[in-house]
Design a protein around this ligand. Structure first.
Ligand code: BG6
Length: 503
């Protein structure tokens, strides 16, 4: 039998222009512009390409380039002066007024000029990295100024790439969808969840698909429970304005459920947009919604408080600049839920997400059911296996096995098989999450973007929880936990009362 050991497919996007709204914002400086620069360095940007950066600050192209030079150096320490200069030369800046039709008609003329200069004809994507209040005005003006071509237009294409938060509740997300669809069709809308772009998250789908030993046992009957941890060391870091209206529940909602779907969904018949989204939505429809008593029993919300123990004492959330001293915004959220389908019936899924935790750690752990030990049942060991999928900062897979010690004595112990996801230096220099999403939008691949159906499910799931927390706070009180610790002990109790523990 012939075994193919390697397969490699790379999509290089065709020539196009990128229009970045919100170019002077924090996200652009930290993630988006460095991602463009990295693609430029890796020679993954199209040959004919330009970046039209639009922001409200008063820059011209030259002063804008100067303003980001240092930030790009910091974000991409390996970049050479030459590479940076060549990248900056591809950027033009336009001072924006998102409410003015004049700005958009002027932009339209400028983009035509850039198209002609760069040999790119009306193939453009518009990246909305502004605060959400500007999403709709931008989309509307793009349409009215003729900047959005119809899908299927022979001459070119227009795509809208949209950052989170996508709405604030089910009603506002649906409203946003309705309004957005007046300007663009669903096929032109790319809703970002950068977790789907993380290498290690995508590797989970690959792990399930191309390793039969996992997919065969990826179900009830074999699996006892599944655990998701998304812990950050950072607090709100100057984003109090945004965070106070979101809280961890809304802020991390999409990341949580995209990770849950990658674990729980059926594998689609092909890795194509429509099939992938269809299976994901089918999976979401099987997630059991919470009743009021589920919310009381199966959710925990917390907020980080001051911690005077470290040499440099840490502020609590309420002491952060811009936060109300009596804020009840949650910075920690844990919950347990079930999936009502054949694969997962009665298997509990546990999730815990928090800011200002002891360390940054994103991982998914599958705990397999305990066997009876067979021949060695008399030893009374813990016979369950676990599969740790470490997503960040460590990127690895760890499978725990029960093994016999070498030697004539009959002793058992748990040992781990560990696979570091990146084993060779060149495997570190691959496109990261933001680079990947730019590549995909340029290539017109919507597979790893979020559908409006996904969004609606997520808001439907969380809205009753948020409402109960607000309207009957005494039923699910906010628990304070000291900053940079393990979080509220109630999150431990949530799993302990099922005779399990967080792994
Ligand atoms: C963002 C949230 O979407 O994800 C932030 O708005 C959060 O609050 C961030 O810190 C976490 O992303 P990552 O990639 O650092 O895990």
């Amino acid at each position: 039998m012939e075994h193919k050991t390697g397969f490699c497919l790379e999509t290089i996007p065709g020539n196009c222009g990128a229009v970045l709204f919100g170019a002077t914002g924090d996200l652009s400086a930290r993630k988006i512009l460095p991602a463009f620069l990295n693609l430029h360095r890796m020679k993954l940007l199209p040959k004919k390409f330009y970046l039209a950066a639009c922001g409200r600050s008063d820059f011209n192209s030259e002063t804008f380039r100067a303003s980001i030079k240092e930030k790009l150096h910091r974000a991409c320490p390996g970049v050479s002066g030459e590479e940076l200069a060549a990248f900056l030369a591809r950027i033009s800046y336009f001072r924006a007024d998102y409410s003015s039709p004049l700005f958009f008609s002027g932009l339209s003329a400028e983009l035509d000029r850039l198209d002609a200069e760069n040999g790119v004809y009306k193939k453009r994507f518009f990246y909305l990295a502004t605060p959400p209040v500007s999403f709709l005005p931008i989309a509307r003006h793009l349409k009215e100024s003729g900047l959005l071509l119809e899908p299927g237009d022979r001459d070119g294409w227009s795509r809208i790439l949209i950052e989170k938060p996508y709405g604030f509740s089910l009603t506002s997300a649906m409203e946003l969808d309705k309004e957005l669809c007046r300007s663009a069709s669903e096929a032109q809308i790319y809703r970002i969840d950068h977790y789907l772009m993380k290498e290690t998250i995508q590797n989970i789908l690959a792990l399930r698909s191309v390793n039969n030993i996992f997919e065969c046992t990826w179900r009830r009957g074999f699996i006892d429970n599944v655990q998701f941890t998304i812990y950050e060391e950072l607090g709100v870091e100057g984003r109090a304005g945004y965070f106070s209206s979101m809280g961890t529940g809304r802020d991390m909602l999409s990341h949580i459920f995209q990770m849950v779907a990658i674990i729980g969904m059926e594998l689609p018949s092909s890795f194509k947009d429509a099939e992938f989204k269809q299976e994901k939505e089918r999976f979401f429809s099987a997630v059991r919604k919470f009743t009021a008593s589920d919310i009381v029993k199966n959710t925990v919300r917390g907020q980080y408080a001051a911690n005077d123990r470290p040499a440099v004492p840490l502020k609590g959330y309420r002491q952060e600049p811009g936060v109300e001293p009596d804020s009840v915004t949650e910075t920690f959220f844990a919950f347990k839920f079930f999936i009502d389908n054949d694969r997962w019936r009665d298997v509990p899924f546990y999730v815990r997400v928090g800011k200002r935790m002891a360390a940054k750690q994103t991982k998914i752990v599958i705990q397999y059911k305990e066997g009876d030990g067979g021949l060695f049942g008399f030893a009374g060991l813990d016979y369950s296996n676990t599969l740790h999928m470490n997503i960040q900062p460590e990127e690895s897979l760890i499978l725990s096995l029960n093994t016999k010690h070498p030697g004539p004595k009959l002793c058992f112990t748990k040992r781990n098989i560990k696979l570091n996801y990146r084993q060779h230096t060149e495997e570190y220099d691959v496109p990261g999450d933001y680079e990947r999403l730019l590549l995909d939008v340029m290539a017109g691949d919507r597979t790893l973007f979020v559908s409006s159906g996904d969004m609606n499910f997520m808001w439907e799931f969380i809205t009753p929880i948020l409402e109960l927390w607000k309207e009957r706070p005494e039923l699910a009180p906010l628990i304070l936990y000291p900053a940079r610790t393990a979080g509220p002990k109630e999150a431990g109790l949530l799993i302990k009362r099922d005779a399990r523990k967080w792994l």
